[in-house]
Ligand binder design. Structure first.
Ligand code: SF4
Ligand code: SF4
Length: 318
């Protein structure tokens, strides 16, 4: 049987936000959700894509190697002869232009890793894991859109005593989760909103499957951390937070290691531009610290008073 490969859009060493200790984190390409506030738009498409950063382009007169590399005629240049954009209709995602461009004006979003290549990177950080209780986290995009690769990496990590954490949106068929119970030390998932219609309107899909999978993880006694990105005009109300609190208590029997509240921050706008996409939150009036800090403090009080281990931020020890 051939070993699976995984399409990854970022690998981050020394990560301290998604699981205990110092971790290496793999961000898998492809996501079934379309959250308006997504800060990783390069992780949404399941295919490789070039990102364009025109300000780094030297111009056709001095360079132009990408033009020769692209057989689809998908690169668009300005009248001055510098990179303008990528014609996304014509582009087939071969990434030949990104290999040709040495200035970073064209960047590859999506690199294929074999399981062994991923393990080599993981093993290099082993000393940090041992010192800090860290390990590997596989996130996305959506990690479970490429379950064979993630499973193969986790199986080998477990065999080598390396801690594993799966961060997933959980919008997947329940049976996809099954083999992960054996090889996953920690699951991290979001509850963005309790109301299915509101969730669908802002995230592109209903939350029913997600909530059912979270309940399933709790019933199976999985180690589970839940998160909510707090966003004004979406879920930054006492009612929305209490509804999530009800779910944690009634449906999960409070079997959650930690419930993390994360304020929305406007990140990733330049990456939308690199993909020739409009930033969906461009018209958002903002949610400044002076506003979100007291909001989160109040939500924490409400939830903690009900016995939920709610915390602010995603690098709190547990
Ligand atoms: S990824 Fe391939 S098809 Fe797309 S612009 Fe680059 S070279 Fe052309
Ligand atoms: S290879 Fe890069 S620097 Fe050279 S012309 Fe193309 S985009 Fe510009």
């Amino acid at each position: 049987m051939t070993s699976p490969t995984g399409l990854v859009f970022n690998v981050q060493s020394y990560s301290v936000h998604d699981g205990p200790g110092i971790r290496i984190e793999f961000f898998m390409k492809g996501c079934p959700l379309a959250c308006e506030w997504c800060s990783n738009p390069e992780g949404i498409s399941p295919r490789p894509e070039p990102g364009s950063y025109p300000s780094k382009c030297m111009g056709i007169a001095d360079c132009g190697t990408c033009l020769k590399a692209c057989k689809q005629g998908a690169l668009l240049f300005t009248p001055e002869g510098t990179l303008g954009a990528v014609d996304r209709e014509a582009c087939i995602g071969c990434l030949a232009c990104t290999e040709a461009c040495f200035t970073g004006a064209l960047t590859a979003w999506g690199t294929a890793y074999t399981v062994e290549e991923a393990l080599e990177l993981i093993r290099r950080d082993r000393a940090f894991f041992e010192r800090t209780g860290g390990g590997v986290t596989i996130s996305g995009g959506e990690a479970l859109l490429q379950p064979d690769f993630v499973l193969a990496v986790f199986e080998q990590c477990q065999a080598e005593g390396i801690n594993t954490c799966l961060e997933s949106c959980l919008h997947v068929r329940q049976e996809v989760l099954e083999p992960f119970f054996e090889v996953t030390d920690l699951f991290i998932a979001d509850i963005k909103h309790r109301d299915p219609a509101i969730h669908k309107a802002r995230c592109g899909v209903s939350n029913e499957r997600i909530l059912a999978n979270i309940s399933y993880l709790a019933r199976r006694n999985a180690c589970l951390v839940l998160r909510t990105p707090i966003l004004k005009g979406f879920n930054a109300t006492d009612e929305a937070m209490q509804a999530i609190g009800d779910f944690i208590l009634d449906e999960l029997d409070n079997r959650v290691l930690q419930y993390q509240l994360l304020p929305y921050r406007q990140l990733g706008t330049e990456k939308y531009a690199s993909l020739d996409r409009a930033y969906p939150m461009a018209g958002f009036e903002g949610y400044e610290r002076a506003e979100w800090e007291p909001d989160i403090r109040r939500f924490l009080k409400l939830l903690q008073a009900r016995g939920i281990n709610a915390v602010s931020g995603n690098n709190t020890k547990f």
